[in-house]
Design a protein around this ligand. Sequence first.
Ligand SMILES: Nc1ncnc2c1ncn2[C@@H]1O[C@H](COP(=O)(O)OP(=O)(O)OP(=O)(O)O)[C@@H](O)[C@H]1O
Ligand SMILES: [Mg+2]
Length: 1024
Amino acid sequence: MVGHDGVGIGDFVLLEVIDKDHFMQNLEKRFSGGCIYTYIGEVCVSVNPYRTVNIYDQEQVNKYKGREIFENPPHIFAIADSAHKVMKQQGRDTCIVISGESGSGKTEASKIIMKYIAAVTNAGGQQEIERVKNVLLQSNAILETFGNAKTNRNDNSSRFGKYMDINFDFKGDPVGGNISNYLLEKSRVIYQQPGERNFHSFYQLLFGASDSDLSKLRLKNKVDNYFYVNQGNAASVRSISDRSDYKATQSAFRTLAFSDHEIDTIWRIVAAILHLGNVKFRPDNESVKLDDPGVLDTISGLLSVTNQELRRALCERVIAAKGEVMAKTHNEAQANYGRDAFAKAVYDRLFSWIVQKVNRAINLKDEESSRYRQKTTVIGVLDIYGFEIFDVNSFEQFCINYCNEKLQQLFIELVLKQEQEEYQREGIQWQNIDYFNNQIICDLVEQSHKGIIAILDEACLNVGKVTDEMLVEAMDQKLASHNHYSSRQLKPMEKDLKHKEDFRISHYAGKVTYNINGFLDKNRDALFQDFKRLLYSSSNPTVKEMWPEGAMDIFQTTKRPLTAGTLFKNSMIALVKNLASKEPYYVRCIKPNENKSPVQFDKEQVLHQVNYLGLIENVRVRRAGFAYRQRYDLFLRRYKMISQYTWPNFRSGNDKDGVKVLMDEQGYSDDVKYGKTKIFIRSPRTLFSLEQKRSRMIPGIVILLQKQWRGAICRRRYKKMKAALTIMRVYRLYKMRSYFQALQAIFFNPEDNYWNVSSRRDFGKSLRWPNPPLVLRKGVKNLKAIHERWRAWMIIKRIPQEDWPQVRYKVKACDALSNKRSYYGLSRRWEGNYLALNNENSDSVQYNHTINNIKNKDKFKKVLFSSFIKKTNRFNKSADRALLVTDTGVYKLDAKKLNLMKRVLSIQEITGVSCSPGTDQLIAIHSSLGNDLVVALEPRDNQDRVGELVGVICHRYFEVCGRDLNVNVNMHFQCKLGNKSRSVKIELSNEAQSGMFKKDGQNVLYLLPLQNSNNLINTKQAMQ
Ligand SMILES: Nc1ncnc2c1ncn2[C@@H]1O[C@H](COP(=O)(O)OP(=O)(O)OP(=O)(O)O)[C@@H](O)[C@H]1O
Ligand SMILES: [Mg+2]
């Protein structure tokens, strides 16, 4: 809310009751809570914290940059930003008026504003703009050296009023500036109250310059030696280091392009004033003499004038009257007056010249001003003395208080005007505001002929004849009927007013009694013409440049110059005119106590300032009818969450309609008025309760936002994941497509739309499949299997169906024996049940009969293989038998009778088969029973049937057990007979007519005849 930061109320306009007590309570509460800034609308009230507060760093700058004033806690940054924003966005000149009493923090405030502006401008980092900013900031150092002094109220008190214009280009970057100075307190040059000092420049020179520089100026670094700087007896100040300040001043001079000669002249003038303070006169008849003529040499040397002319200017004056010129010697008082007036004038002129010089460094250069003409806008910063009420108030206080009257007048006019204009703009009826208009007091001071300054000027015309006392009488006469003027003469009952000495003005900020003594002299501000001519005659061109009027003819110069009062009045009128043309912002500074304490809040003193700054009046004017106003769009954005009709968005009309709906629903309609673009709220209470309702809703909204945001993040992540999956899927499809295209290119002939593998002899067996992508590995394996099956089908479909069983056995035999055994009878027809054939077995009828018997008994289905065999047993006995392999097991038959001897093994009990690589008919069927069958087949046609038997057994074993049988092909192999391990060896021997078994110790020998036969050759080859 409008500057609400939890400590008291951030904007006085929102006080429920506007009176002194509530105002003071809130101000004190905020000060003790560490909040030094509080608003009155767009006016910023600032209380000097008298301590370093951590609210001016870059983080804070960022917080306020480009924000609305009500968005953040009250801060001077917000005012500076507002002024800058309006200037930049609307192209309007703005100004910031800073006022308050001595030590209240005006100069600090102006520096904070400058620094803020420097911090938020020149985003592009242009060198020239950086230079301008640097020069603007550095100019402060010089102005403070020559215009500030230690007073009893402020160690760094500005003893002049300062108005600074900063020029900005269309982008809002500073491109130049101009400084105006007002009413330097020059009496300080010759006199300081106890505890106070002269301007810093004197002490910086004495403490900061090197010994050799000092001796050139004929100075010693002893303050006590010089009357003009030792009267306050407070040369050293804890918070000031003159030595380092001197260095800073010198460096600032260089930054601002002062030449060496100019810098030298400045310090020579300062030194000359120090020496001038030590000039003493002695009466000498009608005239005066100098006490110590030696000092004259020093001063004339420093100012580059002749000793003689200087002496003459100090001791006499030239008067031109009735066409004649004559010299008149001074008496002692006149000489002292002349010397002091000279010192003051020289310093005053030096100061103004320095300001001009600074301006030359920061003013827009000619070519720049033509470049920027029409385009530059201005922010003015006014740092000017606030209202002053002392025990004894003189001409200076009179001027200062008049200045504050003018500023107050401007403030009232502008604020009221703004209010009125706003009401008109918004179509809201204007209602009169009860406030005190101080125009009448301004008139009292400045009106021509009737005003106090006019009366003063008139009195000054009559030199010598009119006294200060007569001046009071003249004022009494002319202002008797004025409500805001009084004196003892006019109000005899007011005993505290001194007769013929005091007069009183009822300022808007309170009554002030002025003592008339010195008014005439100060207003006349006379400097004998002789001094002007003297300095114009200086051989130092810089000194000469400072006193151009010294060139004037003596008859001309006797014409009276404008008085100090009139000059000041004119400068004030010009200033106010200048400010009135700009959009004003105000900073009102308050000093919490006299002791520079960061904790003490002196109620009486603060109230005094609150009164003379007219702050309560200020609140009343600002509150004129309405405590708060805001643009509809901004208002709705801030409070829309408290109504169901406007949250999250108002859709049935414009912002104004939305605000109306909201206020009606909440029951505030009686307290508001609807302008064209803004809503006006009458009482602060409405605003507070809106604000409370808003605060209650905020946590929920924050959670909602967090929820939405988290959801959004998750959704975004999910979408990314989905996108990744889509990409993967599409990529996979692409890879698959590419793979199949590659495959097609190999297996398919697109020209005749024909699968060219079918026409190949090997049906594509030799074709190389491309490497499948990961995703297709499994599929391609199946595909290959399909291809294999197809290929197999293509092959076997040419074989008659009745041959398929033997083909199966041959395939098995091939698996087991290919590359191991040279021949296994593939080209031959495999009959299987040979003993059922007549040409093999003459007794086949008997055989078939036996088989049927066994079949019925043993329940097997089919004989797969039968053959005559020779077998050996564990006793190494060899016998002729017949072998039968059925679908359930292996049988032995008697070779002669062909009746069953016994079933040797079941298929499951077979553990392997061994044979030799040659066609020697030897085969061993291993079993798990410890008694292997070691036999030699004995076919009638002597063809090799071992391959067929291996194929049959392996095939059946695979059918029954689901795995391949182990087949060992070797010339020697192991077998078990009677549970004992025997090795079987093949040998050739003359002994054998055909294959025969023979005992060889524990082993079994299978002897083959040596005759030339196929068996023999193959076996022999295998044996080698
Ligand atoms: N915002 C602030 N933060 C910290 N200290 C401050 C602040 N404002 C003022 N002060 C302290 O108060 C002192 C007086 O402030 P400043 O010189 O700005 O007063 P002034 O109003 O310009 O007085 P004068 O009218 O005498 O020139 C400063 O030197 C500084 O110590
Ligand atoms: Mg100041």
